[in-house]
Design a protein around this ligand. Structure first.
Ligand code: SF4
Length: 229
């Protein structure tokens, strides 16, 4: 009884609005996902369990933020800071802090034990997100702090600002807008995903995880079917 009521609570708070801007979390994502989301294609509704996972992520951020505020060597310059709204990409950085008069953008992430144990460098999409924060906030270094969801162990990675990489990410967003969104053309499947899908040879278990868990898989498959005709 209680589980059904809790599930309903989460489902009622589910926000499935059409995306109106590029978000920083779109960096490194399949461009088709961003296209489908901005064009309002129907997406698979997230189950209550997945919504609870997101909720837990928010609580992890608050907990880590509280710790930063409580450390005397750290000066929290700002938390939950929106990027300048005139920019093509929207987003909110977790924190900008100062340690020994050096500024850092901080981005918190949480991940499961399996991924956490294996991780030796930050995920490329997380690196891209931090790079964009550094770019827009004009802070030359940043830290991605990962928390293991199962054990609460932490791992941190310090990154230096990379101007070339930021320019490339921003130009990819601009071409997605100009070549596909403005023209109502569905972008192609990114090359790496395309190769992985072909290699899976219709074996669902071998499909790339991005596609297996994609909210727009049905729509994407329809486009692929259409191109075969
Ligand atoms: S199913 Fe895969 S290729 Fe298609 S939109 Fe989703 S992530 Fe991209």
């Amino acid at each position: 009884m209680l589980i059904e009521l809790i599930d309903k609570y989460y489902e009622d708070r589910r926000e499935e609005r059409n995306q109106e801007h590029f978000y920083i979390s779109d960096a490194g994502k399949c461009q088709r996902v961003v296209y489908f989301s901005m064009k309002g294609y129907p997406r698979k509704e997230k189950e209550a369990r997945v919504l609870r996972i997101f909720d837990r992520g928010d609580i992890t951020h608050q907990r880590l933020m509280r710790a930063l505020f409580g450390i005397s060597k750290i000066r929290v310059i700002a938390s939950e800071i929106d990027m300048p709204s005139k920019e093509i990409i929207h987003g909110r950085a977790d924190a900008i802090i100062s340690i020994e008069d050096k500024l850092y953008v901080v981005d918190f992430k949480s991940m499961n034990d399996f991924k956490f144990q294996k991780m030796e460098v930050p995920e490329p999409s997380h690196q891209q997100q931090l790079q964009l924060y550094m770019h827009y906030f004009k802070v030359p270094q940043g830290i991605i702090l990962y928390e293991n969801k199962n054990t609460q162990a932490l791992k941190e990675f310090e990154l230096k600002y990379n101007y070339k990489l930021c320019k490339k990410i921003i130009s990819d967003f601009e071409s997605l807008k100009e070549q596909y969104l403005d023209q109502d053309i569905v972008p192609p499947i990114p090359l790496e995903l395309k190769k992985a899908r072909e290699g899976a040879n219709n074996n669902e278990g071998k499909f790339p995880w991005e596609c297996r868990y994609c909210d727009f898989r049905k729509e994407c498959d329809k486009v692929e079917e259409g191109t075969k005709k």
